[in-house]
Design a protein around this ligand. Structure first.
Ligand SMILES: Cc1cc2nc3c(=O)[nH]c(=O)nc-3n(C[C@H](O)[C@H](O)[C@H](O)COP(=O)(O)OP(=O)(O)OC[C@H]3O[C@@H](n4cnc5c(N)ncnc54)[C@H](O)[C@@H]3O)c2cc1C
Length: 323
């Protein structure tokens, strides 16, 4: 019995959400008095892999083959499932990220495991009872899920547990994954980025704007603010419906769900369907001229003011700070 954590890499680097998943998996391994093994797929340098030891992984299985250099859902799920079998891991943890959402159910099928996705806390273990608190109804409620199967998959919501250092000596082993041709039915041949902008699903900082911006011609200041912060840009649904912004920026119940460290909402009312996709952000800053805007109820910081006055001042202050 042990715990396995899948550590997702992006261009050979681990994000904060990975260190959080490792910290969480380590806490579960401690609950079970067992060790934590991590599995990394893709070309990650040894120095980067060793970073995982800071958060409690004592063994790392490293899969570094050309076929799996880029993310292939089915093949990655097979590799993670076979690593779990090799390690006799009955609990597999991963981040409930964009790719984690695709992987978790596939791994669950392969291991005949129960799945708790969108987990927000450590499992409550009482004898054979294993319960996980998770979000439900697009983040509007919580559910307590009991996993009754022998194998269990937990996909942790980003920012739900935090990164906790737990220095451990780490051993890195190459893992020879048995990849079947049927797992490679769809492969990514090449990645051509549409822009060099930061990808929204992975962004740690997001500047988002809504109908309060009046029209697409006013997004210059939003992009300038995002560039200064190193943030991705997002928008509300009516904004993308009106073609002011591309649909890839639409966040919410019918758009992308994100959990950045900082979400700045400008001229967005805070309708429940919008909040469904952004409410698990760690810190929410709302800028709205209406003090009664519902978004203020979930904001950590709020500025009641006209975006056309507040944003240029923010940009000016950031430029001065950077200088
Ligand atoms: C089934 C369904 C699914 C939906 N899915 C989504 C979804 O995924 N995502 C989503 O976003 N919406 C979704 N919606 C739409 C949602 O209900 C809201 O209509 C939408 O989020 C409102 O967008 P908004 O806040 O940009 O615009 P508005 O509601 O028009 O709000 C504009 C805000 O800007 C403020 N404002 C105006 N001028 C200024 C200014 N100069 N400076 C500062 N503030 C200003 C106003 O006070 C107001 O609060 C969905 C609706 C339905 C029915």
């Amino acid at each position: 019995m042990s715990v396995l954590v899948y550590v997702e890499q992006a261009e050979g680097k681990f994000k904060k959400s990975v260190f959080e998943a490792v910290s969480y998996a380590k806490a579960i391994a401690d609950q079970q008095s067992t060790n934590l093994t991590a599995i990394s797929i893709g070309n990650v340098a040894e120095e980067e892999l060793k970073e995982l030891g800071k958060y409690g992984a004592s063994k790392i299985l490293n899969v570094s083959v050309d076929q799996l250099k880029t993310f292939v859902n089915q093949a990655y799920a097979s590799v993670i499932a076979s690593a779990a079998e090799k390690e006799s891991a009955d609990i597999v943890v991963l981040s409930n990220s964009f790719s984690g959402k695709g992987l978790a159910p596939r791994i669950a099928v392969k291991l005949k495991a129960g799945l708790a996705d969108g987990a927000v806390g450590l499992p409550k273990i009482d004898g054979s009872k294993f319960e996980v608190k998770k979000t439900a109804f697009s983040g509007k409620a919580f559910a307590i899920t009991e996993l009754t199967s022998a194998n269990k998959i937990i996909a942790l919501n980003p920012n739900a547990f935090g990164v906790k250092e737990n220095h451990t000596d780490v051993v890195i082993e190459n893992f020879a994954a048995d990849i079947k041709q049927s797992d490679l039915g769809t492969v990514i041949k090449d990645i051509v980025r549409a822009t060099d902008k930061i990808s929204l699903p992975d962004a740690e900082l997001v500047v988002s704007a809504g109908r309060g911006l009046k029209g697409p011609e006013n997004w210059g200041m939003i992009e300038e603010l995002a560039n200064l912060l190193g943030a991705a840009t997002a928008c509300s649904k009516p904004v993308s419906d009106a073609d002011w912004r591309p649909h890839s920026e639409h966040v919410g119940q019918t758009g992308i769900s994100i959990s950045p460290n900082l979400y700045i909402a400008i001229g967005i009312s805070g309708a429940i369907q919008h909040l469904a996709g952004v409410s698990s952000s760690k810190v929410i800053v709302v800028i709205n001229k209406d003090p009664e805007a519902p978004f203020f109820k979930v904001a950590d910081y709020g500025i009641v003011g006209d975006a056309f006055e507040v944003i240029p001042k923010l940009i000016e202050a950031l430029k001065a700070h950077k200088a």
